[in-house]
Design a protein around this ligand. Sequence first.
Ligand code: ATP
Ligand code: MG
Ligand code: MG
Length: 382
Amino acid sequence: DARIGIVGGGQLGRMSAMAAARLGFQTHVLAASRSDPAVQVCNDATIGPFNDTETLKHFADHVDVVTFEFENISADGLDFLASQRPVRPAGAILRISQDRLAEKRFMADAGLPVAPWHAVTTRADLHTAAETLGYPFVLKTTRLGYDGKGQARPSSDAERDAAFDRLRPHPLVAEGLVDFAREISVMVARGVDGHVVTFDPTENRHRDGILDISIAPARIEASLAREARAMAVRIAERLDLVGLLGVEMFVTADGALLINEIAPRPHNSGHWTMNACLVDQFEMHVRAVAGLPLVDPGRHSDAVMRNLIGPADVALCGEIIATPGLALHLYGKTDARDGRKMGHVNLLFPRGAMPGEFGIQAALGPLRRDDAPSFQTEPEDA
Ligand code: ATP
Ligand code: MG
Ligand code: MG
C-alpha cells in the first residue's frame, strides 16, 4: 500500500500512474493544473508551482517515494524533496540530463561516443565552433529543449550569427551535424538491487522535430543491437540509476553508434511496449521506483508506434477507433494545439514478421503517410 509520488502532470505521469494502479499502488501527482493528464487518473494531487517549498512539502508529506516525469524541476526543488523522501531516479542524474554539457562530459568520462561538440557562450566560441565543426552544424540551448525546440542548424556565417542572437542569452552547445542512417533508442531500467533490464532497441523517425513513429525492434544488425543495449547498461550503472532511463542514439552511415541524449524517465519512443510486452516501460519504471523485482519485459510482438500530434491527428480518432488492430491511447488533453502530443497508436505484428515500409503504412490505415521514406519505391513487400 505504498504511495508513489509523481512530479509532473503530463502523459508520462499519467501512464506511470495507470501502471502503478495496476500493481495496487496509490499515486499522488504534483502538477501545475487540475486538468493535467496525470491528475485525471491519480488517487490524489498537489496542485502548485514545482519550485515552491510549501507545495513540495505538502506533496512529500503524502507519499512514500518520489519519482518524476517532468524534467525541469529545479535542482533545489529536488534536493528539498530528497531531504524528505527517497527520490528515484536521484537528483544527481536529473542534473546531468538537464544540461547537455554535463551530459556530454558524463559520456566522455564513461568512454561513450558522442558527436563532436563545443560549448558556446561568447561570439568567439561560436566562431571557433563553426570553424571546427563546419557547416551546417547544430546549435542547441544546453537546457530546457524538447521536441527540437531551442535548436538551429546554421549553414552560413549569417545564419550562424542569427541563430546565436535568437537562442541567446541561454548557454549553448554546438554539435557537428551527424549524417545518421537511423536514429534508435534503448530503454534501460535498474532496480534497487542493481539488477538491470533493457528493452529491445527501437528505431525512431521524427517529423518537424517531434517523434513521429517508432519501430520495434529496430531494423539493425544483432551485433549493433547488442552494442546499443550494452551502452545503455553502462550508462545506467555509471549513474547508479534506480528507475528507468531512455538513451537516444544515432547509427552513423558506417554503422557506428553515437549517443545523442538521455532522459531519466519513461520515453515517448518506449510507448510501443504498452501493447507489445508483458511488462511495459511504465510498469518497469514503477517496479524500479517501488523496489520491486525487474524481470525480462517479455516482448511478444513486433510493434509500430505512431504519435497523434495536434488537431489533425485528433480528427482521425473516430476512424482509428473503428479500425481493428490499432491500439489507441489518448492523454485526456482538451486543447489540441499544433505540435502538441495528444496520444499515440500502437500497431502489432507477430514477432519477426515486421513488414517493410509499404506494409507498415498500409496497416496504419487512417494514419498512413503517403510521403513516408521510400514508401513509393518498396511496394513489393505489400
Ligand atoms: P526530445 O524531444 O527527444 O527531448 P530535444 O529537443 O531534446 O528532443 P534532440 O534530441 O537533441 O532534441 O534533437 C532532436 C532531433 O534533432 C534528434 O532526434 C535528431 O533527429 C536531430 N538532431 C539532434 N542533434 C543532431 C545532430 N548533432 N546531428 C544530426 N541530427 C541531430
Ligand atoms: Mg531532449
Ligand atoms: Mg531527443
